[in-house]
Write a protein that binds this ligand. Structure first.
Ligand SMILES: Cc1cc2nc3c(=O)[nH]c(=O)nc-3n(C[C@H](O)[C@H](O)[C@H](O)COP(=O)(O)OP(=O)(O)OC[C@H]3O[C@@H](n4cnc5c(N)ncnc54)[C@H](O)[C@@H]3O)c2cc1C
Length: 323
């Protein structure tokens, strides 16, 4: 990992294995991850473009799902993994995720002849502004820019030319390779996302399941990306839930409801502290005060930060699933 200041000065570089033998970074392109998971399923298992419009309980204990194309489905079990704006979470009584005061641009730079970077995670810290990039394949490099916009995230923008222009304006005088990465990102890879989270306060937040409807991933615990754990936690959720459901399904509906409850109880102590910690880390990283940023760049990052304890939360063992 290499950490630079906005003027290109190297503040610190770490080797993960030198700091902590258990650590490594694996950057994976979302498309590859989704295709890999989907390929494990029998053909036709996934029905794409099935947007949920409405969910309601039916009298026999099943759940009625109405899709935007008019299709209705009667489901014995519903696993809501429909992201931060989950209509299923809303139906279960969860509050809207809360905007945390900064947003992110993201993209994927494409180098058809091969990308030029070493296998490093690169961070660049400015004032109320930070960026990063990491190779995800021999030809692709993921990048992001997080910037403060405290009062509101501004209007939703879908025009790729405008997104690209705004992203470049933010890092105008920053290291040249970042600007080049933005230029080399195809339109469809560039996006802007207001960053949000939801703190699952015990006693105040609904449980992860209601009857035989359960939430997984961002739908349940949207967290800011400052620890790089949102998708990792969604995968962990899935493994734990699968294990609990595999046994319960054979025993009938009451066992299923119990298994979903147990899943929520087991996962909450993992996801709630991570959501809070990610939020606090984000507040520190988005500082814009000149003096504070100078102390961060000249003292905290070069001399004080130890990578092992900072990344200790990534050491989660969920054991492989049985075939
Ligand atoms: C800037 C940024 C950087 C990040 N970096 C990292 C990182 O380094 N590491 C990490 O682990 N995580 C990271 N994350 C978090 C990660 O992207 C999410 O936690 C992860 O995508 C959550 O997966 P999910 O399946 O729960 O939700 P999503 O990936 O949001 O998937 C939800 C799915 O539900 C579908 N859907 C939505 N509404 C409906 C509906 N009404 N009906 C049917 N389907 C619907 C969507 O189309 C989508 O396919 C980052 C996030 C951001 C914003």
């Amino acid at each position: 990992m290499v950490v630079n200041s906005e003027d290109g000065r190297e503040l610190r570089s770490f080797k993960f294995k030198d700091e902590d033998q258990t650590q490594e970074v694996r950057a994976v392109e979302r498309r590859i991850l989704l295709e890999t998971l989907a390929d494990e399923l029998p053909p036709e298992t996934v029905r794409f473009s099935s947007k949920l419009a409405k969910i309601q309980s039916s009298e026999n204990g099943e759940t009625l799902l109405q899709l935007t194309d008019g299709t209705t489905l009667l489901a014995k079990i519903v696993i809501g993994c429909d992201g931060i704006r989950s209509p299923i979470a809303k139906w279960m009584g969860f509050s809207e995720p809360r905007y945390v005061g900064y947003s992110a641009f993201r993209g994927l730079g494409v180098y058809p002849e091969g990308q030029p970077f070493a296998a490093n995670v690169n961070y660049i810290y400015g004032r109320g502004l930070r960026a990063g990039y990491v190779p995800v394949s021999p030809t692709k490099v993921y990048w992001f820019i997080c910037y403060n916009s405290p009062s509101s995230p501004g209007p939703k923008i879908t025009d790729p030319a405008l997104l690209r222009k705004q992203a470049k304006e933010l890092v105008n005088n920053w290291p040249e390779e970042l600007i080049r990465l933005i230029d080399l990102s195809p339109d469809e890879t560039i996006s802007k996302t207001p960053l949000v989270d939801r703190w699952l306060w015990p006693g105040l937040s609904p449980p992860a399941s209601t009857g035989k409807v359960v939430l997984v991933g961002d739908a349940w615990h949207p967290m800011t990306p400052n620890l790089g754990q949102g998708a990792c936690c969604a995968l962990e959720d899935s493994v734990i839930l699968t294990r609990k459901l595999a046994d319960a399904i054979k025993s009938g509906p009451t066992a299923v409801e119990g298994a979903l409850r147990e899943y929520g109880e087991e996962r909450w102590p993992r996801v709630f502290p991570l959501t809070v910690r990610a939020n606090l880390v984000g507040s520190l990283l988005q500082w814009d005060n000149q003096l504070v940023c100078s102390i961060r760049n000249n003292v905290v990052i070069p001399k004080l930060v130890r990578l092992g304890p900072v990344l200790e939360h990534t050491n989660f063992e969920c054991e492989p699933l049985k075939a």
